[in-house]
Design a protein. Sequence first.
Length: 154
Amino acid sequence: MALIEQWLRDRLINDPTLNELLGEPDSQPRIYPVWAPQADSDRILYPYVVFMRIGTNRQYCSGSDGNESDGAPKVLFHVNCFDKDYFNVKLVEDAVRYAIDGARTPQGVNGFQVLSAFIRNEYDIPEPVDGDEFPIFAVQFEVEIIHTEKVPIN
């Protein structure tokens, strides 16, 4: 997993409120990259959170050796919260927002640093109900994270 995805996952997993809402005793909280395990829908544990990178915007400028990145990409993620209860998913929504919005880090491994993390948008997403299935309530965030990255030297 790339550094920014690892940072986002760690940020969510290490949040005590999310840990309480999403975890079972002696297990990791249910926070998954890209999709949640769906082996048997009768045994899916709720609530859970799924995150996915949906875009990266790098700024380029003319350097002495040609075009080069400024080394601070803006990465856009979708972070989705799911639960069988509308008011519980709203609790998870608040905990995710508190864990991410306004976050930054000191410089770390390989010069990696989160310069800013902000919620750009959040909204409910309808989940259709088929037959006798129970409804699933979901909230989606658009999260923009600006971080440092190594720039290739040509």
